[in-house]
Ligand binder design. Structure first.
Ligand code: B12
Length: 235
């Protein structure tokens, strides 16, 4: 069945009706109930609550609660993915409205797993979390050659780039790819994050990366911080 097309009501002022119950939206995301998240977001839109408010005050609190639990290892990947699915159900309805209202994305993030490496579960989780946090994410997939990262960075005028690697043999390409950005004269135009189970802060420093994301929650926090820092402008 086709999704109903939601329209922005004329003169939408983003008011929140008296007694509006946010808790239900948090719950939907926190408990990973994507069907409930879908219906509650539709109700919120019908009640003429601004989509940014639905996102910030309704969906994010539930998502952040689970994100913190994931970092503290109280919950694990399956629960985080279920919560991400509920978040995505809500976002799917809100995203076109935000786009129509020209709410700008926080920045463009090009993500990929480095050359020779086929592992993509971790970087997909990071990508979903970045999208949910308001970034425009271009995911290049796995086994990405340094030239492909450079081409995508130029084409998208990326703000941030992420290199994932899961093998002790492929982490080396994180460093190589950063060196290729230096050679191409693009290093100062982008902020670079690396991640993946065998990586460490020490390795990130050695590579010359701007940050190391131990997990997806840290990755989003770092991306938010770095996007605000000074960079050379794209021509
Ligand atoms: C699933 C898996 C596979 C799947 C991958 C499926 C897929 N679509 O991804 C398959 C079966 C294909 C596979 C293949 C291989 N695998 Co494998 N695989 C795993 C396994 C079990 C889980 C990895 C995973 O998804 N973890 C879960 C995610 C969520 O964690 P994560 O990736 O670390 O991501 C988190 C953070 O690191 C961070 N993060 C990740 N990326 C990024 C990027 C950025 C920018 C940032 C900021 C943060 C960030 O955020 C994520 C979310 O919190 C691990 C063992 C393990 N238990 O870890 C072995 C493992 C990684 N594989 C291993 C090996 C050896 C292989 C093979 C070489 C096996 C073989 N002989 O063929 C091949 C390699 C193929 C290739 N060329 O890549 C070894 C690596 C050993 C080493 N140190 O080099 C491991 C550790 C298993 C082991 N103990 O031996 N594998």
């Amino acid at each position: 069945m086709a999704e109903p097309v939601l329209q922005i009501p004329e003169g939408w002022d983003g008011r929140v009706p008296d007694g509006w119950e946010w808790r239900t939206l948090w719950d939907a995301v926190e408990t990973g109930d994507h069907i409930y998240a879908d219906s509650r977001v539709k109700e919120s839109i019908a009640a003429e609550i601004h989509p940014k408010v639905i996102l910030d005050d309704g969906l994010f609190p539930g998502f952040n609660l689970q994100g913190d639990r994931f970092t503290e290892q109280i919950i694990f990947i399956p629960e985080m993915l279920i919560t991400a699915r509920a978040m995505k159900a809500g976002l799917k309805l809100i995203r076109p409205l935000l786009a129509a209202m020209a709410v700008k994305p926080l920045g463009t993030f090009v993500m990929g797993t480095v050359l020779g490496d086929m592992h993509d579960i971790g970087q997909s989780i990071v990508s979903i979390m970045l999208e949910n946090a308001g970034f425009n994410v271009i995911n290049l997939g796995t086994d990405v050659h340094p030239d492909k990262f450079i081409e995508a960075a130029r084409r998208e005028q990326a703000d941030l780039i992420g290199f994932s690697a899961l093998l002790s043999t492929t982490v080396y390409y994180q460093k190589v790819t950063i060196e290729e950005f230096v050679k191409a004269g693009l290093r100062d135009k982008v902020k670079i994050l690396i991640g993946g189970a065998p990586t460490t802060q020490e390795w990130a420093d050695d590579c010359g990366a701007d940050g190391w994301g131990k997990d997806a929650v840290v990755a989003v926090r770092l991306a938010r911080e770095l996007v605000g820092q000074p960079r050379e402008a794209w021509a």
